[in-house]
Design a protein around this ligand. Structure first.
Ligand code: UDP
Ligand code: MG
Length: 320
């Protein structure tokens, strides 16, 4: 096992401003770690600005930098997967391009990896530049998913993470299209440890994750790692059926005893609307899962590569 090689994988979409500021920091940190060969792999996830050109410039000056360009924007999860798939040896570390995950923490991650941990991940203690609504919804989400998922989804943990070779190999086997990364890492298991850190505000540019995206992200997490909503539909159904049965009994007995003058239109409307609403909700839930099943069944690749520029360092003939 090689514990002297680390590849930092950075997925970037429209980060032309942030990358030139990130790279020197990253380089300095990597060079400062004793006995470690630090490589960097930048993945351009269909950027529409000068990100690719910026990457080319960075790679020109640093022979340990590899570049990967996807055919279009596939989303952060797929871009990271593309990058991680290309890490053939050594460990990998995932880092955001915007400087929100401080590269200065990498030596600590590496030290823990060398102590035998397979999955070292950063846990945010403070979220700078995020308002209380975002913090509250995030906390709520982690609580819900923590209850629902069978494998651990650690709270306040992003993708900032070091993966030892065997964790990396395990992750590479999970090829689902709907990639809820935090959950996937938890599913893999092995020895994991959290490193608390202070998450700063972005260096430049703005977050690509607005409210709507975050909501979908939460749905993604829940439907990818739990079938509890389906079970909930079952329970709600059983409960409603029981209540309906009791009510039916009441109506029949009442009609038998007191006759049946035309009455009860409000009751009927209430029941019809309530049942209709609940049925639609349950159908919607089933639909969410069915839709995901459909996406998986197509078996499309997770990403397509436009251009791959391995680090010039890698092209050296071994021993030459
Ligand atoms: N990112 C990406 N593809 C996307 C969206 C984002 O590769 O479609 C990258 C982005 O460039 C950044 C990281 O994912 O390096 C995190 O994105 P962002 O900072 O917007 O998310 P936040 O920190 O707000 O969660
Ligand atoms: Mg960010």
């Amino acid at each position: 096992m090689r514990d002297d090689l680390l590849t930092v994988v950075v997925a970037a979409r429209n980060e032309a401003e942030a990358l030139p500021r990130l790279h020197p920091r990253l380089r300095a940190v990597l060079d400062g770690i004793q006995g470690l060969q630090g490589r960097v792999l930048y993945v351009d996830d269909g950027s529409t600005d000068e990100t690719w050109e910026v990457m080319l410039t960075i790679a020109q000056d640093d022979p340990a930098v590899s570049l990967l360009r996807l055919s279009r924007n596939f989303g952060k999860e797929s871009a990271l997967t593309a990058g991680l798939d290309l890490v053939a040896e050594g460990a990998a570390l995932v880092l955001d391009a915007d400087g929100q995950d401080p590269p200065e923490l990498i030596p600590q991650f590496v030290a823990l990896w060398r102590q035998g941990y397979d999955d070292v991940h950063g846990t945010r203690t403070v979220r700078e530049g995020e308002n209380w609504i975002k913090r509250a919804t995030a906390a709520g989400f982690y609580r819900v998913i923590g209850r629902l998922a069978k494998t651990p989804v650690p709270a306040d943990t992003g993708d900032f993470r070091l993966l030892a070779p065997r964790s990396l190999a395990a992750l590479a086997q999970l090829r689902e299209r709907h990639r809820f990364m935090k959950g996937l890492f938890g599913w893999v298991g092995y020895r994991s440890i959290a490193v608390p850190y202070l998450r700063h505000a972005r260096m430049a540019g703005k977050s690509k994750f607005g409210w709507w995206k975050l909501w979908n992200f939460a749905l993604e997490g829940i439907t990818s790692f739990s079938t509890a909503p389906l079970r909930l539909a079952t329970y709600v159904g059983v409960f409603t059926a029981l209540v309906a049965f009791g009510f039916a009994l009441f109506v029949v007995i009442k009609a038998a005893l007191f006759g049946d003058p035309v009455q009860g239109w409000p009751t009927m409307m209430t029941v019809v609307l309530l049942l209709g609403g609940m049925q639609l909700m349950a159908l919607g839930m089933i639909g969410e899962y069915l839709g995901r099943l459909y996406e998986e069944s197509k078996q499309r690749p997770l990403y397509l590569v436009d251009e791959w520029r391995p680090a010039t360092l890698d092209q050296r003939v071994p021993g030459a």
